[in-house]
Design a protein around this ligand. Structure first.
Ligand SMILES: Cc1cc2nc3c(=O)[nH]c(=O)nc-3n(C[C@H](O)[C@H](O)[C@H](O)COP(=O)(O)O)c2cc1C
Length: 166
């Protein structure tokens, strides 16, 4: 059973999990889970928006480009092992859902499912995207995070629904 929750009220809880453990991005119609450690949650164009940063080499990047939607799945504290699997293996050659013994649940507003075992889900539709502009970042950031020039693409997802598993 899942219950709709207020998108703004849960922001602190989601952001705390992002910084302390990581979140699970779901993309594609089968919900390929990928760990993310960076992102932002706020209001843009008067809409609630979750922004993710994805390197082009990721399988998730291809799925985001194909489907234009994603879920944000907030893990529970005992999911460290799953966060490790989803942050080190690629959905290109591994069924990470099976590896983590995760099951999926249909979303209400988008075609990408959510991970049922995660207590909170956000359903997001991409409304804007852009790439990191190397020349607009301080050199020390470029040197530290982009030695191979694999610049992130930002995906801004309008949050259409937020749910808590009960
Ligand atoms: C804690 C953690 C945070 C991560 N955050 C990101 C991120 O924000 N963006 C990104 O492109 N990769 C990030 N990664 C790397 C991807 O999760 C990893 O490369 C994953 O295997 C890609 O899966 P995919 O090929 O199925 O998309 C992170 C990895 C870890 C362990």
């Amino acid at each position: 059973m899942r219950k709709q929750i207020d998108i703004v009220t849960i922001m602190p809880e989601v952001l705390e999990k992002l910084t302390k453990l990581g979140l699970l991005l779901g993309s594609g119609t089968n919900c390929n889970p990928m760990t993310i450690g960076w992102g932002s949650y706020g209001i843009m164009w008067n809409k609630p928006v979750f922004t993710i940063m994805i390197r082009p080499v990721r399988h998730s990047f291809t799925l985001l480009e194909q489907h234009g939607e994603f879920t944000i799945n907030v893990p529970s504290d005992d999911m460290r092992k799953e966060i490790g699997i989803c942050g080190s293996q690629s959905g290109r050659d591994t069924d990470k859902l099976a590896e983590c013994r995760f099951t999926t649940e249909n979303s209400s507003t988008i075609s990408v499912p959510a991970i049922k075992e995660c207590p909170i889900h956000l359903e997001c539709r991409i409304i804007f995207k852009n790439d990191v502009i190397a020349g607009s970042l301080p050199k020390e950031v470029i040197d530290l995070y982009y030695p191979h020039a694999d610049l992130h693409r930002f995906y801004y997802g309008e949050i259409l629904g937020a749910w808590r598993e009960e």
